[in-house]
Design a binder for this molecule. Structure first.
Ligand code: ZN
Ligand code: FE
Length: 257
């Protein structure tokens, strides 16, 4: 399975999965039609699957047009998003499995950003190698999604599931928000040497207009304040000792940042 990152809209990423053996493709959260069709043409591949993580327009905006173009394709999304994802045919819940290019994806229910949000985790084919996580707007590089439809308790539970994945899991998140996220992180965790180093790297990369996605779970655990609710430095920054309260205060501060 080859993964391509296609920039879309102002700061979205669409991920195109290609199976070179069968020459078929899947897309995760197609925000726009054009970049998908261009990539399919370059590869000479047929689109057979849309994997949606949640119902927001910048993630499902191209569903309808892609279905018109490829009438046989199958649209996957979370069961709680029934009626909100255009063309949805498969209604997934925690523990369900999806298949693409000899890989098996595990569905994780991760509400918080929206009430029906799911993520797709493809474990490595060989234990110890790199796994792939498509997590939409739940976990970002250096940050997490806003709580539009969920509570801090739900989001902490959802992010805990992602944090428990193996460290060498690639995080294919749906937006290029990393620099802004790390600018915020530096205001609450500035003594963290891993964060300082990452902030410098990301500033450098963005000044050259390079993408900072995918990230890795291991990197996020060491530097993302929204996975570090039990760290004393972060609890001190928001004057709380309760993990969920710490998370909620951090999320509130970031909303106003
Ligand atoms: Zn969203
Ligand atoms: Fe989004």
């Amino acid at each position: 399975m080859e993964i391509y990152r296609l920039p879309a809209l102002s700061d979205n990423y669409i991920f195109l999965l290609h199976d070179p053996n069968q020459n078929i493709a899947a897309v995760v959260d197609p925000a726009e039609v054009k970049p998908v069709l261009e990539k399919l043409e370059l590869l000479g591949a047929e689109l057979v699957t849309i994997f949606n993580t949640h119902h927001h327009h910048d993630h499902v905006g191209a569903n309808q047009k892609l279905i018109q173009k490829f009438p046989k394709l199958t649209v996957y999304g979370g069961v709680e998003d029934r009626g909100r994802i255009p063309g949805q045919q498969v209604f997934l819940q925690e523990g369900d499995r999806v298949h693409f290019a000899q890989r098996v994806g595990e569905v994780l229910f991760v509400p918080g950003h929206t009430s029906g949000h799911i993520a797709y985790y493809f474990p490595p084919l060989v234990a110890g190698e790199i796994g792939e996580l498509f997590c939409g707007d739940t976990l970002f590089a250096g940050g997490c999604g806003r709580l539009f439809e969920g509570t801090p308790v739900q989001m902490v539970e959802s992010l805990s599931k992602l944090r428990n994945l193996p460290e060498n899991t690639r995080i294919w998140c749906a937006h290029e928000y990393t620099l802004k996220n790390l600018q915020f992180a530096m205001t609450v965790d500035r003594e963290n040497p891993d964060l300082q180093a990452r902030f410098a790297e990301v500033k450098e990369a963005r000044s050259r207009n390079e993408a900072t996605v995918p990230s890795m779970i291991g990197v996020e655990k060491r530097t993302n304040p929204f996975l570090r609710w039990e760290q004393p430095a972060l609890q001190l920054a928001v004057q709380s000792q309760d993990p969920v309260q710490t998370f909620a205060h951090l999320r509130g501060k970031k909303d106003r940042f």
